[in-house]
Design a protein around this ligand. Structure first.
Ligand code: PEP
Ligand code: MN
Length: 365
């Protein structure tokens, strides 16, 4: 029998929700990561980060180790820049992500950022993957320039072997014959991945297109394709950027993008966590939670027929005081763990259990 892979739905049927610094990614939670391609100076990084946070991003990107095609291009601030990221995360109270290229930088980077990124060029750098797998920080794993779905998923497996489940896949376009865009975005891989893996999948329209005018439409397409987030390059002055200026949004275009995607996120019932909410947003979330509560109660009630069948076959009474006592103990413990009043939980479960018992009695009698 073949081994069940940790990334697979077989291994874990429910979608993984990565939790990092007040931000949730996966399931119904949508991430908006934005910021400069490279951190060029404290001012450029901090000012851009403040802008994207204000607009509604919940993760700040910005790299200090840069994989550049030419050795003469700006290579990034290196380890020196890591402190800037840590300070910014703390000062703005926001999650941060940065890329690592060298296995020797994993540990120190993990101590300074919330999420590590493994870039497209390193997706199959197995020494890097192995070193990263020893860390328990969430990892964004970008798709290799010409990686197949299996190569990508198995690279994710490398990261998961030591038990880290906080892996986020990032589709950033692949190399094809077409040169009309920097890469060719493979949107259809998102629903396909959703069938094969429980891991969240985000999309990077900046590196996929190389063209800032395409970022908004492609972001919208990513949302309706069921992506769990977007990763976008924003620069407070893109024309002066040391790296990837043509695919970086200026502040006003980023604000516009957020306004444009809001109704689509609403339509897809996706939530962006870790940002300041207005009353309307809080109410929208309350409505979602209420709908979930009703769904869960329905799931519980739908178990009644199976329960009746087993109980009547085996002459088990509907009311079993010992079972109810055990359940009640468990609910009270969970109430405490979740900081909810035990009386409230007791009342709710009394109602649910009474209802289930009476449904069973009606059917059996
Ligand atoms: C990046 O996100 O800065 C980057 C280099 O992207 P990619 O690895 O997708 O080319
Ligand atoms: Mn870039």
């Amino acid at each position: 029998m073949s081994k069940v892979m940790r990334f697979s739905r077989e291994y874990k049927p429910v979608s993984t929700v990565v939790n990092v610094n007040n931000v949730k990614i996966g399931g119904k939670f949508f991430a908006i990561a934005a910021g400069p391609c490279a951190i060029e100076s404290p001012e450029q990084y901090i000012e851009t980060a403040k802008i994207v946070k204000k607009a509604g991003a919940n993760i700040i990107r910005g790299s200090v180790f840069k994989p550049r095609t030419s050795p003469y291009s700006f290579q990034g601030l290196g380890r020196e820049g890591l402190k800037l990221i840590k300070d910014l995360g703390e000062d703005l109270d926001i999650a941060t992500v940065t890329e690592v290229m060298d296995p020797r930088d994993i540990k120190i980077t993990a101590n300074h950022v919330d999420i590590i990124q493994i870039g497209a060029r390193n997706m199959q750098n197995y020494d890097l993957l192995k070193e990263a797998s020893k860390s328990d920080v969430p990892i964004i794993l970008k798709r290799g320039l010409s990686a197949t779905i299996d190569e990508w998923l198995y690279a994710a497996e490398y990261l998961m072997v030591e038990g880290n489940e906080n892996i986020i896949l990032c589709e950033r376009g692949i190399r094809t014959f077409s040169t009309t865009t920097r890469n060719t975005l493979d949107l259809s891989i998102i629903p396909l991945l959703k069938m094969r893996t429980h891991l969240p999948i985000i999309v990077d329209p900046s590196h996929a297109t190389g063209n800032r005018d395409l970022i908004a439409p492609v972001s919208k397409a990513a949302i309706v394709s069921n992506a769990d987030g977007i990763l976008i390059e924003v620069h407070y002055n893109p024309d002066a950027a040391k790296c990837d200026g043509a695919q970086s949004l200026p502040p006003e275009m980023f604000f516009e993008l957020i306004e444009q995607i809001k109704p689509i996120l609403e339509l897809e019932k996706k939530l962006v966590t870790g940002t300041t909410m207005n009353l309307e947003e809080v109410r929208r979330r309350i409505n979602y939670v209420d709908e979930d509560i009703i769904d869960l109660i329905a799931n519980r009630i739908n178990l009644v027929p199976a329960l009746i069948e087993i109980k009547s076959k085996n002459a088990i009474p509907v009311y079993q005081p010992e079972r109810e006592r055990q359940l009640s103990e468990k609910y009270l413990r969970l109430a405490k763990e979740n900081d909810i009043s035990p009386e409230l939980i007791q009342k709710i479960f009394n109602l649910i259990i009474t209802e289930m018992r009476s449904l069973q009695k009606q059917k059996i009698e």
